[in-house]
Design a protein around this ligand. Structure first.
Ligand code: G3I
Length: 348
């Protein structure tokens, strides 16, 4: 009898994510169903110009991340000169709609303004530049942005510190100082470290965990880890779960911060998005939610954020210039099977 029960559990879990939604579930939104914040990365231009996009964001999600608007290259347009237009529009929208606002990101080697790349100065001048940026932005949004990805992607796959402009000019302890500067500017704001492929790059994951543990020992303020999760339908569920488990063992908040699930993992130019692949994607979205619920203790569940709204909005489609459909909504913001998979697992 016990064996029968054990055999039936996976079948039940599979069916629950796959089963048709009843009319009441159909009316329910993701934010109503989720036992933790459910977020989305928002593009300000689309938010301001496309009413279907805005409606979907407002209706379905309880937490917003700035996809690009709060990056250094968007804000710090010239020495000591900030352009707050896009960032303010998004943060105001979050406020008006009563959503949690997660700021992304203060320090990222990809989002360095051109003028900073050619900046001339000694190490103190570079330190002041970065410190001033972190503190200016955090103070500007004090009380309106709940949490920040302070440093993004500081590690290589082999666990060494990535050779960025910041490492070159500020030295190997610069990451810790970024967190101290952020905390000085607003002691109440939550500070995250954010990185990608932690589920498939064990040396990088070990380096992130070691850094966090060292921060705790040294009293460097840090509150959470963001696992980006730009994955495909072929990523291993068990490796992802183990990674969540490992990161949660730090005791910090765990944010699945940039979830999207590719179908076209090999970036094939004449790829065809089939129903079978969309069903596999549905199962994968459900599996990620189940892994998150089971591996991360409730009080550490900062939430799951999807990296864009409709399939056409995804950076993946732009970057790859190949067909794909990685998100919950199609190009016309209709719910996909992926939505159903996520919803089913949120409600389980
Ligand atoms: O808005 C301009 C538009 O006016 C211009 O015509 C067009 C021409 O290229 O560029 C547009 O800006 C692009 C922007 O996305 C908005 O689409 C930038 O060139 C492009 O570099 C930018 O890409 C973003 C990328 O980060 C680099 O900042 C993606 O949207 C964004 O999804 C992506 O997000 C990153 C996370 O921040 C960190 N983790 C990985 C993730 C994916 O790369």
């Amino acid at each position: 009898m016990r064996w029968l029960f054990i055999l039936l559990i996976p079948a039940f879990v599979w069916r629950a994510a796959d089963a048709p939604l009843n009319p009441e579930q159909d009316r329910m939104t993701l934010q109503q169903a989720a036992p933790f914040p459910i977020g989305v990365a928002v593009d300000v231009k689309l938010l301001m110009t496309d009413s279907a996009y805005r409606h979907t964001v407002n209706q379905e999600f309880s937490s917003l991340t700035s996809e690009n608007a709060l990056k250094m290259n968007r804000l710090l347009v010239a020495p000591n000169q900030y352009n707050w237009t896009g960032g303010d529009a998004l943060v105001d929208f979050a406020r008006q709609t009563n959503k949690r606002m997660h700021g992304h990101t203060l320090v990222w080697h990809v989002a360095v303004p051109n003028w900073v790349q050619t900046f001339q100065g000694d190490s103190l001048a570079w330190e002041n530049l970065l410190k001033s940026h972190i503190q200016t932005v955090i103070r500007h949004y004090k009380g309106r942005v709940k949490s920040w990805d302070v440093v993004n992607e500081a590690f290589e796959a082999d666990g060494s510190l990535r050779k960025t402009i910041w490492l070159e000019h500020l030295g190997s302890d610069y990451v810790a100082r970024c967190y101290q500067y952020a905390h000085e500017a607003d002691p109440d704001v939550l500070l995250f470290y954010n990185d990608f492929s932690l589920d498939i790059k064990p040396l990088k994951a070990a380096a992130v965990k070691a850094m966090v543990m060292e921060f705790k020992r040294r009293g460097i303020p840090i509150n959470g880890i963001g696992l980006q999760a730009h994955i495909s339908i072929y990523n291993s569920d068990s490796k992802f779960r183990d990674c969540l488990d490992d990161m949660a063992s730090t005791g910090l908040q765990i944010h699945i911060s940039e979830l999207d699930i590719r179908l076209n993992a090999k970036k094939i130019k004449d790829f065809i998005v089939s129903d079978v692949l969309l069903q596999q994607q549905q199962q994968k979205y459900a599996a990620i939610v189940r892994a998150y619920k089971s591996a991360v203790p409730k009080k550490q569940q900062y939430g799951i954020t999807i990296w864009s709204v409709g399939d056409n909005d995804s950076y993946l489609v732009n970057d790859c210039k190949c067909p794909d459909a990685p998100l919950l909504f199609d190009t016309g913001y209709k719910k996909k099977l992926a939505y159903k998979g996520l919803m089913g697992a949120l409600r389980q």
